[in-house]
Design a protein around this ligand. Structure first.
Ligand code: 4FV
Length: 232
């Protein structure tokens, strides 16, 4: 799968993606990552990518033309299953279902905004969808793009050591995760649940499912059961 990120901070994206699961997936050529800086598609001496908002208001808005040309450059590879997504607080809330579907694409072009955002005509004319990390504002869309890349990459075949672990991730099953424990067995009298030391795998699985259901009911009753059939 190919990821392209349109960003004013290409190095931030490239360097962060080289770490951990995404870095390994890039090294193993399971995913490729290309970054495109709108500033490289400006035609004025000052390489202007933003301007003041019409109608007044604070901050600056990213101009249409550099963004448009950067997206076109990313599209030149001409992969069929391609989607252009703008990351913003106005977007569709990110969740595992949306990310799992995106993992079926050949190319995902992620547009990271800065300042107060981008010219609305760019969203309407050049973007297929708008996605949001959540109902809050961050300084730039790069962190959102990196989260999308990480969350999709771990769902791809042969990325995680044990493919099942993507299936068992919380939210992949539509439930929150069960509690995890590791050594020491007792921490100031606070012991690991006996069942986990029993070696009875069927009983442990049953206990874990009950815990996941309980955690979900208690912490996130809003989660309907999102049964995801991963492709492997
Ligand atoms: C955001 C979010 C987000 C808004 C202005 C970047 C910032 C600046 N992106 N989910 N929430 N973006 O706050 O994705 O352009």
């Amino acid at each position: 799968m190919r990821f392209d990120v349109i960003t004013l901070f290409p190095e931030m994206v490239k360097q962060t993606a080289q770490v951990g699961v995404t870095g390994k997936a890039i090294e193993n050529k399971i995913v490729t990552l290309n970054v495109w800086n709108p500033r490289d598609y400006t035609h004025d001496r000052h390489k202007t990518v933003d301007d003041r908002p019409f109608g007044g208001g604070q901050g600056m808005v990213m101009k249409y033309q550099p963004l448009h040309d950067a997206v076109n450059a990313a599209k030149e590879v001409n992969l069929t299953q391609c989607k252009v997504v703008y990351l913003s607080p106005q977007g569709k809330p990110l969740n595992q279902v949306l990310l799992h579907e995106a993992g079926q694409l050949s190319q995902l072009i992620l547009v990271a905004g800065r300042y107060e955002g981008v010219d609305e005509r760019f969203i309407q004319r050049d973007c297929d969808e708008e996605w949001s990390l959540g109902d809050y504002v961050i300084s730039g869309g790069e962190l959102a793009a990196l989260i999308v890349i990480d969350a999709i990459t771990r769902l791809l075949p042969n990325v995680l050591g044990n493919e099942q672990s993507a299936l068992q991730d919380s939210h992949s099953s539509g439930l929150l995760d069960y509690p995890q424990f590791t050594r020491p067995e007792t921490l100031d009298g606070d012991a690991v649940p006996d069942i986990l030391l029993s070696g009875h795998h069927a009983d442990i699985e049953r206990w874990r499912m009950k815990q996941a259901l309980g955690q979900t009911w208690q912490k996130r009753p809003d989660l309907e059961k999102r049964k995801i059939k991963c492709k492997y």
